[in-house]
Structures are given as structure tokens and as C-alpha cells.
Write a protein that binds this ligand. Structure first.
Ligand SMILES: Nc1nc2c(ncn2[C@@H]2O[C@H](COP(=O)(O)OP(=O)(O)O)[C@@H](O)[C@H]2O)c(=O)[nH]1
Ligand SMILES: [Mg+2]
Ligand SMILES: [Zn+2]
Length: 304
């Protein structure tokens, strides 16, 4: 039988087969397949299963993946973790207040999506909390990111602002919801579908940061043929296996300057005649994007 993995909690996997959810374990041999990845089977995977007894199944194979998204493992050094597989798009839920998502985090996430060729949408949640200055900084970011080809949405799970548009973007697709904890991923999911009851965290007033409530990624059929994967809050996103020369390929605004520097081995950090720096000085590359690029370059440890 073939089915799709909706949830994984370490040793157990919930697989949906013909409309029914079956708890499955992995066939012993499968665990050894790829030593560098901490999870051989991930949410969104299509798998082959056999029944072990009346109730429980065994996953014996993973069908070829259309795509997947990987991050550096937070638990095991030199290992990576597959966040999800077979997704049509990633929705990065960010907030400018309560908590504030850094631009560095946004850009790391976008680079990751680019490297796996997964379209990304930025959804700025908690619009209801933005004052005039907050709204202005949203507008600036919207301008900058849309110029790079990323859609941005301004939404609020509190007032329903922008939710219809978000629903339109989700319909008929499998989407990954990613973002720091406390930005409202679970609240949004509950809002999208009345049958979902994900636990929502209280913002702890003192630090203005959410506490972890979602521990494992889980996929939901929010309505017919429309799937959303809720992920545990991501604190820091370690880029996986992206080389120095490769990094600029994942900045859409930098691609056209590749090869245009005076020195063919330009590192784009300090050399004269660097096309990237020139473009930035001419206002063609946003300074914050170039800075985030440099910081990712410097952060070797985050990429290997
Ligand atoms: N003011 C406001 N609060 C929100 C909004 N969306 C979520 N919250 C609150 O933010 C906190 C964290 O939400 P939660 O869904 O658990 O975040 P998650 O960690 O990303 O899943 C909860 O107290 C929610 O009630 C919003 O649009 N506006
Ligand atoms: Mg949550
Ligand atoms: Zn250069």
C-alpha cells in the first residue's frame, strides 16, 4: 500500500492510506540508508507500507521525492535534518513585533528555499500590532522583497486581515509553515480549518517570545486537496552544504553580476572592482541583503 506521512514523532509515523491514518514504524534496514540525515523519513513523504498487525504498519520504502527542504541538525554535529518533503511552497511566517523576526533569519530561510528550488512567500503576521512606524517598515520590506520576486502578505490571525488572500495562495497545494516560535503558525492553522486544534502558546510577557509548543512537524489537510505542514519553531537556521562560491546564486539580485567582477576569483568582500559592491553602491542591491550575504559567508560553521 502507498500512503503519505502526516506526522513523525521519532519512532512512530502517521501515514494516511486511502483516507485512513495508520501508525507505522520503519523497517529496521531503512534507518541506515543515509547516515548524515537524522531522519530517513519525513513529513510529506510518500511511502510504501505493509501491515504488521491489524492496527500497525511498517514503512518499507520511501518513494522518490519531488523535493525536500533540509536544515543543519540542531542535535547532531555534521548532520542534517529534513524538515519536509514534496512541498509546493514555503510560507515563512514572520512578525515585526512580538517577537521581532530578524532580516538575517528571513534571508537565511530564503537562501535555503532557493537552494532547494522551493518558491517562498513571506507572510507578515500580527498586522494588528503594527503602529505607523511598523507599517512603514513593512512597506519598505514588501518593496525590497517583491523586487526580488518574493510575494509578501500582510496578515493578522487576530482580525482576519489578509486571511482570504492567504487561503487563495494555499489552495490546491502542499505548503510548509515555517518561522520562529510565537509568530502565530498554530493560531493560523486553527483559523484555516475548524477541525484543527493545534496548541497555541501564550506569549510570555516578560521576554516577548513564544515558548515551544509544537515539537514535531505535522501535516494537515486544511481543506480538500490543500495541505499545510506546521513545523516546530525554528530558532536559528543553519544552512546546509552551501559552498562559498555557490552562495551568491541563491540571492536573485546578485545572479546577474556573477562573473562581472574585475578579478575572476573575487570573494565579493573587499576587492576593488567587485560587481556586487558596485551594484550595492548604485542602489541595485539592498545594503541589508549584502550584509546578510557577508554574514552567511563568514558563518562557515553554519554551512558545514
Ligand atoms: N495580536 C496578535 N496575536 C497573535 C496573532 N497570531 C497569533 N497571535 C498570538 O501569538 C501567540 C503565539 O501563537 P502560536 O500560534 O502558538 O505561534 P507558533 O509558535 O508560531 O505556533 C499566541 O498568544 C497567539 O494568540 C495575531 O495576528 N495578532
Ligand atoms: Mg506552534
Ligand atoms: Zn566581487
Amino acid at each position: 500500500m502507498k500512503g503519505r506521512v502526516f506526522k513523525s514523532t521519532g519512532s512512530w509515523y502517521t501515514v494516511k492510506v486511502d483516507g485512513k491514518y495508520i501508525e507505522c514504524r520503519l523497517r529496521g534496514k531503512m534507518r541506515l540508508d543515509d547516515e548524515k540525515v537524522t531522519n530517513p523519513v519525513t513529513v510529506g513523504d510518500w511511502v510504501g507500507i505493509t501491515m504488521d498487525n491489524e492496527k500497525e504498519g511498517i514503512i518499507y520504502e520511501v518513494l522518490p521525492r519531488e523535493n525536500y527542504i533540509i536544515r543543519k541538525s540542531t542535535r547532531k554535529k555534521k548532520h542534517s535534518h529534513r524538515l519536509a518533503a514534496n512541498i509546493d511552497q514555503a510560507i515563512l511566517i514572520v512578525t515585526l513585533v512580538a517577537p521581532r523576526t530578524s532580516l538575517g533569519f528571513i534571508d537565511r530561510f530564503l537562501v535555503t528555499c532557493e537552494s532547494f528550488r522551493i518558491p517562498a512567500i513571506l507572510a507578515f503576521n500580527k498586522a494588528d500590532l503594527l503602529d505607523e512606524a511598523g507599517l512603514n517598515s513593512y512597506k519598505e520590506l514588501k518593496f525590497d522583497y517583491e523586487e526580488l520576486g518574493y510575494q509578501t502578505l500582510l496578515i493578522s490571525a487576530e482580525t482576519n486581515q489578509g486571511i482570504e488572500l492567504l487561503k487563495e495562495k494555499l489552495t490546491g497545494k502542499t505548503s510548509l509553515f515555517a518561522g520562529h516560535s510565537g509568530v502565530g503558525k498554530s493560531t493560523l492553522l486553527n483559523l484555516l480549518s475548524p477541525k484543527i486544534t493545534q496548541r497555541v502558546s501564550e506569549i510570555s510577557e516578560s521576554v516577548g517570545k513564544g515558548v515551544h509548543t509544537t515539537t514535531f512537524a505535522e501535516m494537515f489537510e486544511v481543506w480538500n486537496n490543500t495541505y499545510v505542514i506546521d513545523t516546530p519553531g525554528i530558532k536559528e537556521l543553519g544552512l546546509w552544504n552551501i559552498g562559498d562560491e555557490e552562495l551568491c546564486h541563491y540571492f536573485p539580485e546578485m545572479r546577474k553580476y556573477i562573473g562581472a567582477c574585475r578579478f575572476h576569483n573575487c570573494t565579493h568582500i573587499h576587492e576593488p572592482g567587485c560587481a556586487f559592491r558596485d551594484a550595492m553602491e548604485q542602489g541595485k542591491i539592498a545594503p541589508f541583503r549584502y550584509e546578510n550575504y557577508l554574514s552567511m559567508l563568514a558563518d562557515d560553521d553554519n554551512r558545514r
